[in-house]
Ligand binder design. Structure first.
Ligand code: NAG
Ligand code: NAG
Ligand code: NAG
Ligand code: NAG
Ligand code: NAG
Ligand code: NAG
Ligand code: NAG
Length: 401
């Protein structure tokens, strides 16, 4: 039993355990012997054993997994046990042992079902590591689990040496539905998670799962985010977050979310993905005067890209956008005005000159006249365009003010 019976006794009390045993809810206890080979399976150590036969030439032990198919080991002459690793059993499995002796082959099967009422096992089980040192797991009660169901989580390292019992449960109306761990020193890179259950009313099925600590880590946001700007750009810098796994800086990915303050959620907001570096930095082109902005950063493992939470926004840029934009717009408008006036004046003078000295009519003059008309149109168009620009600038100033 992965979850030792002693623990169950301690946790659920003697009475409940007695009910549990009489109800045959021994989910993962050592299964009773079966005929001449007397196969037994200890789920705590994942060891399948059988009675040794004399003059054995070859033995094979097989675990038939409903989803993953058979897992088979061939054994040397004298061995009469084998240990399975990296396999989940909640779907129910079948064990098979073939022993070849000088007197023939002995072959035996032993079903290992997930005993208990169907649909009582914990479901939606997941775990994640955060803050480098903590892990939270959560699950939901099985849909057919009785009201008095209680679940227990234990975690075993991949070598089956160490059992960690959940030290702190989160509860929902008295039922354990989550676990919080603050000491991950006992975990290896791959671990076996087992949720067993007890109830006075019905047998509770177990749920088990194999999880890689490397795949379930959610990175903290980067720390110490700083922004320094000069005339043309802003340099964003941040510190790699502390993680449970030991990772190279190149294994990190970051997302920078640059956000203009007081703007619509998706207007001018950009998300930039950056590879981790020894010295994490990003040059954001941004020329003065710049509006007030903020940047948030989050991190992930580049292989998995499950993003951690965003950092708190770090603000940069100036708040006095009105004054800074006035610095640009006022000279621009004045310039436009002066240009328009000068052009208008020149144009008028041209027309007056033509009136004073009308050209002597000739045959070819019609063409000239036409070109003049065209010129006029062009000038007028230009003047109108200028006027438009002028009006637009005024509008912009009004909007800003
Ligand atoms: C089967 O094995 C168990 C434990 O290994 C032992 O207690 C039992 O006596 C064995 N039964 C037979 C029939 O060999
Ligand atoms: C095992 O082999 C030896 C000699 O090879 C033989 O004497 C003995 O009877 C055999 N035992 C069985 C159970 O077959
Ligand atoms: C559990 O997961 C299933 C899908 O896998 C979902 O439909 C269901 O709502 C989840 N239940 C809970 C209680 O989270
Ligand atoms: C992890 O679980 C603990 C205990 O339930 C809770 O206080 C904490 O907020 C959880 N952390 C996260 C990141 O969900
Ligand atoms: C964490 O657990 C290990 C054993 O799993 C233990 O040796 C160590 O003292 C614990 N550390 C803390 C801070 O509790
Ligand atoms: C944050 O970064 C600045 C500049 O890079 C450095 O001076 C400061 O010591 C850092 N603070 C921490 C807590 O790392
Ligand atoms: C702004 O800083 C960057 C480096 O961060 C530098 O390459 C650039 O020349 C600087 N520009 C000005 C105008 O100082």
């Amino acid at each position: 039993m992965k979850f030792p019976l002693v623990t169950t006794l301690l946790l659920s009390g003697l009475l409940q355990a007695a009910v549990l045993l009489t109800a045959g809810n021994s989910g993962r206890t050592t299964v009773a012997p079966a005929s001449s080979l007397n196969i037994t399976f200890d789920s705590r150590t994942m060891r399948l054993s059988w009675s040794c036969k004399e003059n054995t030439t070859l033995s094979r032990c097989i675990l038939i997994h409903k989803k993953e198919g058979p897992i088979e080991y061939r054994l040397r002459k004298k061995e009469c046990s084998c240990t399975f690793r990296e396999v989940t059993l909640h779907g129910g499995v079948t064990f098979e042992v073939h022993v070849q002796t000088s007197q023939g082959v002995i072959q035996e099967k032993m079903p290992y079902p997930n005993s208990g009422r169907e649909g009582t096992a914990a479901r939606n089980f997941s775990c994640f590591i955060y803050n480098a040192d903590f892990m939270n797991c959560s699950w939901a009660r099985g849909p057919t689990a009785p009201r008095d169901v209680q679940y227990f989580l234990s975690i075993q390292d991949s070598k089956g040496r160490r059992d960690i019992r959940c030290p702190y449960y989160t509860q929902d109306a008295g039922t354990h539905v989550g676990c919080h761990l603050r000491n991950l020193t006992g975990l290896t890179s791959r671990n076996y998670f087992l949720v067993t259950g007890t109830s006075g009313e019905a047998g509770i099925q177990f749920f088990d799962s194999l999880l890689d600590t490397n795949k379930i880590e959610r990175f903290d946001p980067p720390s110490n985010i700083t922004v320094t700007c000069n005339k043309t750009q802003c340099l964003l810098r941040w510190k790699q977050p502390r993680t449970h796994q030991r990772l190279h800086y190149l294994e990190f990915r970051y997302q920078l979310h640059v956000c203009r303050e007081n703007s619509q959620p998706d207007a001018e907001n950009t998300v930039i993905t950056v590879q981790g570096d020894w010295d994490n930095r990003y040059n954001l082109p941004s020329s003065e005067p710049r509006a007030k902005r903020s940047v948030k950063i989050r991190a992930a493992d580049f292989r998995i890209l499950t993003w951690g939470p965003w950092s708190k926004p770090t603000e940069f840029g100036s708040d006095d956008r009105q004054t800074s934009s006035a610095h640009i717009y006022v000279p621009l408008i004045l310039g436009t005005l002066v240009c328009a006036l000068v052009l208008g004046f020149l144009f008028k003078r041209c027309v007056v000159m033509q009136r004073l000295f009308p050209p002597v009519p000739k045959i070819k003059d019609k063409l000239n006249d036409e070109s003049q008309v065209e010129d006029q149109i062009i000038w007028e168009e230009f003047a109108a365009e200028e006027g438009k620009v002028y009006r637009e600038e005024i509008l912009t100033v009004k909007e800003v003010a």
